[in-house]
Write a protein that binds this ligand. Structure first.
Ligand code: NAP
Length: 317
């Protein structure tokens, strides 16, 4: 089944996830959707010093939004802040140093932000680590960053979001998740030979399941997740060098990858869409490939939520 999913997914990607796929999709975009004044709206973006996150932060700041950049490296974060301020002419851009793979630090940060205003959280930070690597807490690095970090930050910020008008959570998942069925039995990747690409795709599937479950739990917040397409970013260059070399001329720009993030975070049109869906190029799309047998049962999804809650509470300060 996984060979079938990988093959169907790659053919789909060649048509839809490339730069030409974006250009074809963009013919139906309504430019007016993003002609918005975001003054007074507050956005938080993780992994905002680079690639899709930085591009989205710039677009939001350029429209007047206050933007909080959540990054793990102080000098890279400060360089991005300066670039965004310079290009957007908006001074309301702030840096917070948080390693998303450290759940205790994510908790502390979310608690320190609790009384501040937040309209939109964008879970963008992500990684594909190709060897099994553990954090200082003994957590597998991809899981800690992509799934647990996203879970802790989002759930801890729900009360702050609930106080805001038109609150939203946008999670940058990946079309790669289409190759995976939710699997909850080995979240720390201890049981089978380690395959970083599959672990990453599994984490991205977990984000899609979380988005759907959060939407059902919190009707007052608009949740969405999305695939940016295949964009030429440092992550793709370093984690997938062979893919990057082969596809280089066909990859999207960072701004193309960020377009749907910005649309989901800022447009009125996105708010009209049902909560909990998976988007690609400003449109809700299927979260499963045809005949892929990748749907999970409510019991499996409950098990994921329970496991994440247990991990999360273990690190609550
Ligand atoms: N580019 C694509 O084709 C593509 C396709 C599908 C999905 N995505 C998703 O898009 C998102 C953005 O990736 P990108 O392609 O724009 O790559 P990128 O330019 O490398 O950006 C990734 C960002 O995440 C940050 N990050 C990674 N681990 C972190 C941690 N533990 N704590 C805090 N920040 C951390 C990175 O910080 P540092 O600079 O410090 O490393 C960087 O700012 C990711 O979630 C990725 O999975 C990308």
């Amino acid at each position: 089944m996984s060979a079938y999913r990988n093959a169907v997914w790659f053919v789909k990607g060649l048509q839809e996830y490339t730069k030409s796929g974006y250009e074809a999709a963009a013919r139906r975009f309504r430019p007016s959707d993003l002609e918005v004044d975001l003054s007074g709206r507050v956005f938080m973006i993780t992994g905002a010093n680079s690639g899709i996150g930085k591009s989205a932060a710039l677009e939001l700041a350029a429209r007047g939004g206050t933007v909080h950049l959540v990054c793990r490296n102080e000098s890279r974060a400060e360089a991005a802040r300066q670039e965004i301020v310079e290009q957007s002419k908006n001074q309301n851009v702030h840096v917070h140093i948080v390693d998303m793979s450290n759940p205790r630090r994510v908790w502390e940060f979310a608690q320190s932000f609790q009384s501040s205003t937040l309209h939109v959280l964008i879970n963008n930070a992500g990684c594909m680590v190709n060897q099994r690597e553990l954090t200082d807490d003994g957590l597998e690095k991809n899981f800690a960053t992509n799934t647990l970090g996203t879970y802790v930050l989002t759930t801890a910020l729900i009360p702050a979001l609930q106080r805001a008008e038109d609150p939203r959570v946008v999670t940058v998942s990946s079309g790669g998740m289409l190759t995976q069925k939710l699997s909850v039995d080995d979240l720390q990747c201890e049981k089978s030979p380690f395959d970083g690409t599959a672990v990453y795709a599994q984490n991205k599937r977990q984000q899609v399941v979380l988005t759907d479950r959060w939407a059902a739990q919190h009707k007052d917040i608009h949740f969405s997740c999305m695939h940016p397409g295949w964009a030429d970013t440092p992550a793709v260059q370093t984690s997938m060098p062979a893919f990057h070399a082969k596809m280089a001329s066909r990859l999207r720009t960072e701004a193309m990858g960020a377009d749907t993030v910005v649309w989901l975070a800022a447009s009125a049109a996105a708010r009209e869409q049902p909560s909990g869906l998976f988007f690609q190029d400003r449109r809700a799309v299927a979260a499963h490939l045809p005949l892929a047998s990748s749907r999970s049962s409510p019991q499996e999804e409950e098990k994921l939520l329970a496991a994440l809650q247990e991990f999360s509470l273990k690190f609550k300060p």
